[in-house]
Design a protein around this ligand. Structure first.
Ligand SMILES: *Cc1c(COP(=O)(O)O)cnc(C)c1O
Length: 392
């Protein structure tokens, strides 16, 4: 073995020793409510495909039709010659869905955060993050070079004191202040106090970027997200999200003003210096956005909420502490890393796939099983999970 591999093996050994080694599990089926792993069929409680659209015939048909017309690849970045019609149609659909002037698609949600924050902020600015925001936002905040401040999770007093500090810090005419939070937090399933955050950022002249990754498709009268649910969509400067979760396809987006989108086209490096998404991805996402807005989308959304209520009821009967979840993410806090891993593996033996989430994704000693419920689950599926958890 070369010195290179020896050093990496030592790194891996340290990760393994800490009980934190991660490995890929190959899935030999569609990633639906039931998945084939290692020659067995498991009931899947790990997917973010909340509305069960990833395998929907309408999305598959849209992807196939786009391949037929526009090919498998996009050939270049959007600004070179890859700005194919399906990307533009998706953006028009997104802007209409969210009720904004314009929208821009990216290859992934991760690339969206990276490009957008980098386009808006520089060294002289301040970025303020909730302690539990997604890694893509943390990485973007570090990369953009702005002064980084973190407020305790959902803590409005802490946010206010940071905003006050930022305002008093100097030349507020030149220095921008951007607050970034999620609407539904991905590992806890709890919600940001969005109305209050909007009030605060306006009081202090800051901007707000909201990541609706786990809320789009599930919250609001038109399922646009938590900003719609709270009636503040028109007051959020930057609305971002992923097209890979409830939308059922892949990619990321920003919705906002025409000026915002034009600036991103000129400045977002993950947009400019990256090959455009393949046409099938944008076409499938557009079909997903269409479905979310349809009666079928409404029905699928209602189904998810029924399953969430059912699981909470059945867990209460089995004496599990009530999860804080107000979303399709139901975290079952276990505590020790080993215990969470053992529980997940016992569930797998019983044909149930529920991921154990450990440090560094969550804090040490706050390991958990993260159950996600989808429109693809039937009542019997949820009962099977609850029964298995009852005999933990
Ligand atoms: C999944 C996720 C992302 C990243 O989106 P991808 O399309 O998967 O890259 C960003 N933010 C949050 C909150 C997420 O949960």
């Amino acid at each position: 073995m070369t010195d290179f591999d020896e050093q990496l093996q030592a790194d891996l050994g340290a990760i393994r020793e800490a009980g934190l080694l991660r490995e890929l599990r190959r899935v030999d089926s569609e990633p639906g409510a039931r998945v084939a792993i290692g020659g067995r069929e498991l009931l899947n409680f790990s997917s973010n495909d909340y509305l069960g659209l990833a395998n929907h015939p309408a999305l598959k048909a849209a992807a196939i039709a786009a391949i037929g017309r526009f090919g498998a690849g996009s050939g270049a970045s959007r600004l070179i010659c890859g700005s194919l019609a399906p990307h533009h149609e998706l953006e028009e659909a997104l802007a209409a869905f969210k009720g904004t002037e314009a929208a821009l698609g990216f290859s992934t949600g991760y690339a969206t955060a990276l490009g957008t924050i980098g386009a808006l902020l520089g060294k002289e600015d301040v970025i303020v993050l909730d302690k539990l925001v997604h890694a893509s936002i943390v990485d973007a905040a570090r990369l953009c070079g702005a002064k980084l401040r973190v407020f305790a999770h959902n803590d409005l007093d802490d946010l206010e004191s940071i905003l006050r500090w930022a305002r008093e810090r100097g030349d507020s005419r030149k220095s921008r202040v951007l607050v970034v939070t999620e609407s539904v937090f991905s590992m806890d399933g709890d919600l940001a106090p969005l109305r209050e955050i909007v009030e605060l950022k306006e009081q202090f002249g800051a901007w707000l970027m909201l990541d609706e990754a786990h809320a789009t498709g599930l919250f609001g009268a038109n399922r646009r997200g938590l900003a719609e649910h709270c009636g503040v969509a028109g007051r959020v400067e930057v609305q971002m999200g992923t097209l890979g979760k409830a939308v059922g396809a892949g990619g990321g987006y920003v919705c906002g003003s025409r000026a915002l989108i034009d600036l991103l086209v000129n400045r977002a490096r993950s947009f400019i210096f990256s090959t455009a998404p393949v046409p099938a991805q944008s076409a499938a996402a557009q079909a997903g956005i269409g479905l979310i807005q349809s009666d079928e989308g409404r029905a699928r959304c209602e189904l998810v909420w029924h399953r969430v209520e059912q699981l909470k009821d059945e867990l209460a009967k089995a004496d599990w502490p009530a999860p804080a979840a107000r979303s399709a993410i139901v975290p079952l806090i276990v505590g020790e890393e080993d215990k969470a891993v053992a529980l997940a593996s016992a569930l797998r033996e019983r044909g149930l796939f529920v991921p154990a989430i450990r440090y560094p994704t969550v804090a040490r000693g706050a390991a958990r099983l993260r159950v996600t419920l989808t429109a693809g689950h039937c009542a019997g599926d949820v009962s099977r999970l609850a029964a298995a958890l009852a005999t933990r």
